[in-house]
Write a new protein. Structure first.
Ligand code: CO
Length: 214
């Protein structure tokens, strides 16, 4: 889980240096450091493993500190935001200029045949710098869809065209815009788990959550 998250994070930043680099310094720090520190941790563990007794305490301490830092950063991505409010087989969620949705999860009533997600970007930043969308995939497909979306580029809304792993997605919008997508509930009532996330490069680190049918 941690490795997957860090790999995704690194991939997001690598594929879109501008997206990660343009964020505020505090955002930059919280996102970039865990990956770097984790690398240090791996190096430290390797040294500890191969060295006889060459400063094993230092290596162990570094690895522990790195693990703690990375865990804290990952914890910051988890949120205490509410589950989306559902009415009439649909929900309206918000995304903002701070690269966050206002909900942590979406629970779709099993009584619905179709479900509509409306995304409202409450910020003011343009789509090219703070674009948001809602992409639904299996959780196991998120990283690959995210990476291929980043490679597809802004013109494609950071979603690879005709990607069979994409169950549904809205278009990518900027501040002040609203968009929506409807899809058959049966598509997320199979062999999940399923997630929703923003495919703007780097955003899925903070902008993702489970979507389930109950
Ligand atoms: Co976004």
């Amino acid at each position: 889980m941690m490795k997957a998250k860090l790999t995704l994070l690194a991939a997001g930043c690598a594929l879109a240096l501008s997206a990660c680099g343009n964020n505020s310094s505090s955002q930059d720090t919280s996102e970039a450091n865990p990956a770097a520190v984790a690398t240090v941790a791996n190096a430290a563990e390797t040294r500890a493993a191969v060295a006889d007794d060459a400063a094993p305490m230092n290596a162990g301490t570094a690895a522990y500190a790195a693990t703690t830092t990375a865990a804290a950063a990952a914890g910051a991505a988890a949120s205490d935001k509410p589950t989306a409010v559902v009415n009439d087989c649909g929900t309206e969620i918000e995304a903002n200029d701070a690269m966050q949705y206002n909900v942590s999860s979406i629970v779709v009533p099993s009584s619905c045949s179709d479900f509509k997600i409306t995304l409202k970007h409450t910020g003011t930043l343009p789509v090219a710098s703070m674009g948001h969308d809602v992409v639904i995939t299996k959780k196991s497909d998120m990283a690959g869809v995210d990476a291929d979306g980043a490679a597809a580029g802004l013109d494609k809304g950071y979603v690879k065209p005709d990607d069979p792993r994409v169950i549904a997605h809205t278009k990518l919008i900027g501040g002040g815009e609203t968009t929506s997508v409807s899809f058959p509930v049966s598509k997320i009532n199979g062999d999940g788990p399923y997630v929703f996330f923003c495919s703007f490069p780097g955003h899925s680190v903070l902008m993702h959550g489970p979507i389930s049918v109950q």
